[in-house]
Design a protein around this ligand. Structure first.
Ligand code: CP
Ligand code: NVA
Length: 303
């Protein structure tokens, strides 16, 4: 039966481990300039209903390194759910290509795409979650820390799609995840409830960013207004101002705290230049690992 990757919880803890082992192997090969191209003749359709830099470049380059090919479909090309029904495009692409990656607004459209496609579907972000991002994030933490024992992740900012994927991750790997967000910007309730009942992680929501960053191993932030929320940007800027990740805030953290951001960053809003360009920042390792981890996810789904 075909497998999709729509939520981190679609994989078991063992499968996540297996993906990271494959990621590490493939990353070493790329760094050594050695070819690993098991996907010769395979094509991926990439549907983008929202803009992207990292997701497009990392999937397209990754497919090419694997010996396959990726087709970029811009927001103007398909008009998924508007010009054409989601289930029709799912069935059409399944007749041409071996795998689909999609970045959509509505998570229900992602689920419908996966239901009607007869080939694997990978979620490259919806309004609800961003699973490839957080798989790359935790792989990056492991590269820097070697283990997850007692890992405290302080997510400072919006309880958004990226935060939701972190909470999904906490249902598969043991973490102490503390989100500091203003009231009214909490993560998805169902995701939170399910992750808490998985019972392997401590997941807390607080209103004080200093409380979150104290003793944190990782400080993570993301934009205050996500794609599609542009009209709320001014109100959000006012609400989130006390949650800026700046030099003063990180003074309360451990000296070796890792600073992470999925990018693109709105420098001067959620994070200052001093912090994102500072010695603790691993944002570009994180961006690079999108490609390595996604290659392993593609290989796993196509095997
Ligand atoms: N982090 C991330 O998904 O970046 P893009 O929006 O540029 O793809
Ligand atoms: N939360 C952000 C993530 C971008 C990669 C957004 O959805 O715009």
């Amino acid at each position: 039966m075909k497998r999709d990757f729509i939520h981190i919880t679609d994989f078991s803890s063992d499968e996540i481990q297996e993906i990271f082992e494959l990621t590490a192997k493939m990353k070493t090969l790329v760094k050594a300039g050695r070819e690993y191209a098991p996907l010769k003749g395979k094509n991926m359709a990439m549907i983008f209903a929202k803009p992207s830099a990292r997701t497009r470049i990392s999937f397209e380059t990754g497919m090419s390194q694997l010996g396959g090919h990726a087709i970029y479909l811009s927001p103007d090309d398909i008009g998924i759910g508007k010009r054409e029904a989601v289930k029709d495009i799912a069935r059409v692409i399944s007749r041409y290509d071996e795998i689909i990656m999609a970045r959509l607004f509505d998570h229900a459209h992602m689920l419908e795409l996966a239901e009607f496609a007869t080939v694997p579907v990978i979620n490259g972000l919806t309004d609800l979650n961003h699973p490839c991002q957080v798989m790359a994030d935790i792989f990056t933490v492991l590269e820097h820390r070697k283990h997850l024992n007692d890992l405290k992740v302080a997510f400072v900012g919006d309880g958004n799609n990226v935060a939701n994927s972190w909470i999904n991750l906490a249902a598969r790997l043991p973490l102490h995840f503390m989100l500091a967000s203003p009231s009214g910007y909490d993560p998805d309730e169902t995701i939170l409830k399910n992750a808490r009942s998985a019972g392997i992680s401590r997941i807390e929501i607080v209103r004080d960013p200093v409380e979150a960053v104290t003793d944190a191993d990782v400080i993570y932030t993301d934009v205050w207004a996500s794609m599609g929320q542009e009209v709320e940007a001014e109100k959000r800027r006012r609400d989130f101002l006390p949650f800026q990740v700046n030099g003063e805030l990180i003074r309360h953290a451990r000296k070796d705290v890792l600073i992470m951001h999925c990018l693109p960053a709105h420098r001067g809003d959620e994070i200052t230049d001093e912090v994102i360009d500072g010695p603790n920042s691993i944002v570009f390792d994180e961006a690079e690992n999108r490609m390595h981890v996604q290659k392993a996810i593609i290989v796993k789904l196509l095997k």
